[in-house]
Design a protein around this ligand. Sequence first.
Ligand SMILES: NC(=O)c1ccc[n+]([C@@H]2O[C@H](COP(=O)([O-])OP(=O)(O)OC[C@H]3O[C@@H](n4cnc5c(N)ncnc54)[C@H](OP(=O)(O)O)[C@@H]3O)[C@@H](O)[C@H]2O)c1
Length: 249
Amino acid sequence: MSMTSANTTTVLITGANKGLGLEAARRLGVRGWTVFLGSRDESRGRAAAEGLIAEGIHAVPVSLDVTSDESVAAAEKLVRQHTDSLDVLINNAGTPGRGTAPAEVSIDEIHAVYDTNVYGPIRVTNALIPLLRAAANPRVVMISSAGSSFSVVTDPDQPISRIHELGYSSSKAALNMVTVRYAQALPDIKFNLATPGEIANRKFAATDMNNNTGALTVTEGTDSILELATLDPDGPTGTFIDRLGPVAW
Ligand SMILES: NC(=O)c1ccc[n+]([C@@H]2O[C@H](COP(=O)([O-])OP(=O)(O)OC[C@H]3O[C@@H](n4cnc5c(N)ncnc54)[C@H](OP(=O)(O)O)[C@@H]3O)[C@@H](O)[C@H]2O)c1
């Protein structure tokens, strides 16, 4: 395959075969960006990439299971065959887990959620840091959730305060801290968090994760992701936003 031209912006998105990841891929692709479309299932990833290519987007399917060191290493190698720098990494892949009640949940269930939602973004980020460092304005976007926020979860007016589970919300809270710590340690790379919903309006985006019950479209749901993916060199790092603005931790 040919080398991606040096003046094309490049982005790798995990879990991009559907939902918000696929919509972010489409929206960045129509801007002329080269999109490395991560999918843990190769055939679903290829099908999604073919759909984007049919729209004229330069999409490259990348087999990528964020829970596997080997898969992440192979994905980095494939990206490197196309480009010697990566402008943007979007850690979007996530799992809600089964949402078992706190008193009954197994450690295996919690571990699986953390493997995808916390260890996954760390695995992928660390593998891609050399390629990110080779870009002029590298940006990492982490996809968090309203459930990550102590302010939201402890607000009795927020429906999530009455959804009792341990895995998803605490994994996203851990992801928030991981992101802030990366931002402090690596000032040459921007690390910011986006949540796809509108926290003030208790809205989320319709995807398979919520059986498509969200009040926002995937396009609206990706507004915050697009904002962080397209930050200027003088943009912020270590911040948490939704499409309406800053979010309380
Ligand atoms: N929808 C919302 O309003 C909302 C709100 C808060 C946060 N989020 C976050 O937004 C992100 C995207 O979710 P979504 O709403 O678009 O849900 P979705 O349509 O279910 O998409 C989830 C994506 O993550 C992928 N994935 C899961 N485990 C993976 C793994 N181990 N390796 C690689 N990919 C994996 C899925 O792949 P498969 O197709 O193979 O399962 C799928 O592509 C998640 O991090 C989620 O927590 C969404």
